[in-house]
Design a protein around this ligand. Structure first.
Ligand code: ADP
Length: 379
């Protein structure tokens, strides 16, 4: 072999090697792509991918099954064109115009037996946003179980109500002396039993209210209400309890009379009562509670401030959650359901109002809410 042929041969071999490497790399890339596609295709969640120009570029088979649409009919369409596709309208509506920016989690009921949790995640590659992935997770089963649990609580609570009120009336008769004279010691025991029974009744009522809220059966009946009178009646209701605990209660009334507003008086009373009940329960004897009421043209604001145990920073996020009770609160008052503030939040929000609090551990708390002056529409 001449020197030239040798050189040519080794050059060719090197080229062949490079070609082989390229081919292998391409095969590997192809394989990776197929793997990713297989994952997307077989994924149990529905997946949609929108590019940053808001065009749909991916619609996986599970999404096809959820919406009864084939991907060929929708891939390539813009989000506004998709809102014209009847079976996708509810999804596009729930995503909203800012879906790429807003990472969110929402529920979408497609049929009675199909509830989806819709989450959006914006996808970033090399610091640049390339689009948004919409994930559709089937939560029908969880919803069904949740419904069954709620129904169970409703039935159990209803069943408890009748015997509890029978006990209440019997104890009341004993205490009033209607069933014969009772001694001091007997009276003391009966009074304690009566109070325990009252606590059980209030727990059962809380449970029933929560199930009504969750099933959308908490009906609001607005009437024109004098808000100041409503607060005064709640203070009156707790007079005995605050006296027993040696708590001072002050009510800072508004300078100007508040016009009557359209609210559900009974439900608003429950909300205010729950806030007072907490302030009383979580403030040690000798403490002070200040309720204030103010208003302007747009809204009425109520707040209740105490100098009690306060709330630790790391518990604050969960305060309005159902059944949540901070460990310090459990130590201060063993009984309590953790349902009060959940009910308050729902009542205030149903009146299109806002509720919030400020608190410092060992210093005290201030819970406030505001309601729009226009109130609820009268039926
Ligand atoms: P409950 O009072 O039955 O525990 P709530 O839903 O009314 O349930 O309140 C939830 C939790 O919020 C309480 O357990 C307590 O940890 C905290 N909390 C509410 N109000 C106050 C308050 N005024 N001071 C301190 N902690 C409070």
């Amino acid at each position: 072999m001449t020197e030239e042929t040798k050189e040519f041969k080794s050059g060719r071999d090197a080229l062949m090697n490079i070609l082989e490497d390229v081919e292998n790399a391409r095969d590997r890339a192809e394989e990776e792509k197929n793997k990713t596609l297989a994952i997307i295709t077989n994924f149990t969640d529905g997946l949609l991918f929108f590019d940053k120009e808001h065009f749909l570029v991916l619609f996986n088979p599970q999404a096809e099954r959820f919406f009864n649409v084939v991907h060929k009919d929708v891939v390539g369409l813009s989000i506004s064109a998709l809102s014209e596709v009847s079976s996708l309208q509810s999804l596009i509506k729930i995503l909203g115009p800012d879906y790429i920016k807003n990472i969110s989690r929402k529920e979408l009921t497609l049929k009675e037996n199909l509830v989806l949790e819709v989450s959006t995640v914006s996808i970033i590659r090399e610091k640049e946003e390339i689009g948004a992935l919409v994930i559709l997770h089937d939560i029908t089963r969880e919803k069904r179980i949740e419904k069954m649990k709620t129904e169970f609580v409703t039935i159990a609570a209803h069943q408890l109500r009748t015997p509890l009120s029978a006990i209440k009336w019997t104890l009341k008769m004993f205490l009033a002396g209607d069933l014969g004279k009772i001694g001091k010691e007997q009276e003391e025991f009966l009074r304690k039993t009566y109070q325990s029974n009252e606590r059980m009744i209030s727990l059962v009522n809380d449970l029933l209210n929560v199930t009504r809220i969750e099933e959308g059966r908490y009906v609001y009946k607005p009437t024109l209400v004098n808000f100041e009178d409503l607060v005064s009646s709640v203070i009156e209701f707790f007079k005995e309890k605050t006296k027993r605990k040696k708590l001072k209660i002050r009510f800072k009334k508004p300078k100007e009379k508040i016009p009557k507003i359209k609210i559900d008086a009974e439900k608003m009373q429950i909300a205010i009562q729950n806030l007072f009940d907490n302030a009383i329960s979580y403030t040690p004897p000798g403490g002070e509670i200040i309720a204030s009421l103010s208003h302007n043209k747009k809204e009425v604001k109520f707040s209740i401030k105490d100098n009690g145990i306060g709330i630790s920073e790391n518990q604050k996020k969960r305060i309005f959650n159902k059944f949540f009770r901070a460990p310090d609160a459990v130590k201060t008052r063993t009984e309590g359901s953790g349902l009060g503030l959940f009910i308050v939040k729902n009542i205030i929000e149903a009146h299109k109002g806002k509720v919030w609090f400020e608190s410092e551990k060992d210093k005290g708390s201030e819970f406030s809410f505001s309601l729009p002056m226009r109130g609820l529409p009268l039926k």
